[in-house]
Design a protein around this ligand. Structure first.
Ligand code: GLN
Length: 203
């Protein structure tokens, strides 16, 4: 069975765990999900999610708990990471905020809270590269926009601003794919990879 980890220092952890299980079911894979609150677990994970929440808090805790270097090593090994909303901000290379110590896993600049305040949360039908014709129902909550994209490639935009990017085994979204029943973003990140980092189902 695959081992998945959800960085669980803060944010909507349970929702990501459920979404990973839905995605695995859709692809006929078995998965065990661990919630990561301390170092030492990430090295055992085949795939990782870093959820939404509050990016300054998540940044402080992943660095303080020694999880940050393990996440970097995971990505350097070519294993998949899905970073959503606050997770995207922490995974970026520049969040323009001193309180965020970026992991630099996605070569992008982000603007926090670019789509308005909490009360301006909205859902938008997105056309996403690699997901076919059916629009993806994307939930935005005080979402960051992606401003400059260097080595990353844009998978989706909203209002003329990139909101989903991929770079190697890392996918980052401004929105919350864990909050809708549609598991296609998790499937795309974890199972539609070019490399063989996610071990095939054993017979
Ligand atoms: N606005 C939050 C931040 O900048 C992110 C919001 C979210 O993850 N829903 O950290």
């Amino acid at each position: 069975s695959l081992v998945a980890g959800v960085v669980a220092v803060q944010g909507d952890v349970e929702e990501h765990a459920n979404a990973i299980e839905r995605a695995a079911r859709a692809r006929d894979r078995d998965v065990t999900v661990h919630e990561i609150r301390e170092s030492g677990i990430v090295p055992d994970c085949d795939l990782l999610a870093m959820p939404g929440g509050e990016s300054t808090t998540i940044s402080r805790l992943v660095h303080g708990d020694g999880i940050a270097p393990e996440i970097r090593a995971h990505v350097e090994a070519g294993k998949p990471l899905l970073a959503t909303c606050a997770g995207l901000i922490v995974a970026s290379s520049d969040a323009a905020d001193d309180r965020v110590d970026e992991l630099g896993l996605l070569d992008v600049t982000v603007e926090r809270n670019a789509f308005g305040r909490q009360k301006d949360s909205f859902e938008a039908p997105l056309s996403v590269d690699g997901l076919g014709d059916e629009p993806y129902p994307a939930v935005f909550i005080r979402a960051p926009a992606i401003d400059e994209v260097d080595d990353a490639s844009v998978l989706a935009s909203w209002d003329d601003r990139p909101v989903a990017v991929r770079q190697g085994s890392v996918v980052g979204t401004s929105f919350h794919p864990e909050l809708t029943p549609d598991s296609r973003i998790h499937e795309l990140t974890f199972f539609d990879t070019d490399d063989a980092s996610v071990p095939p189902q054993s017979p």
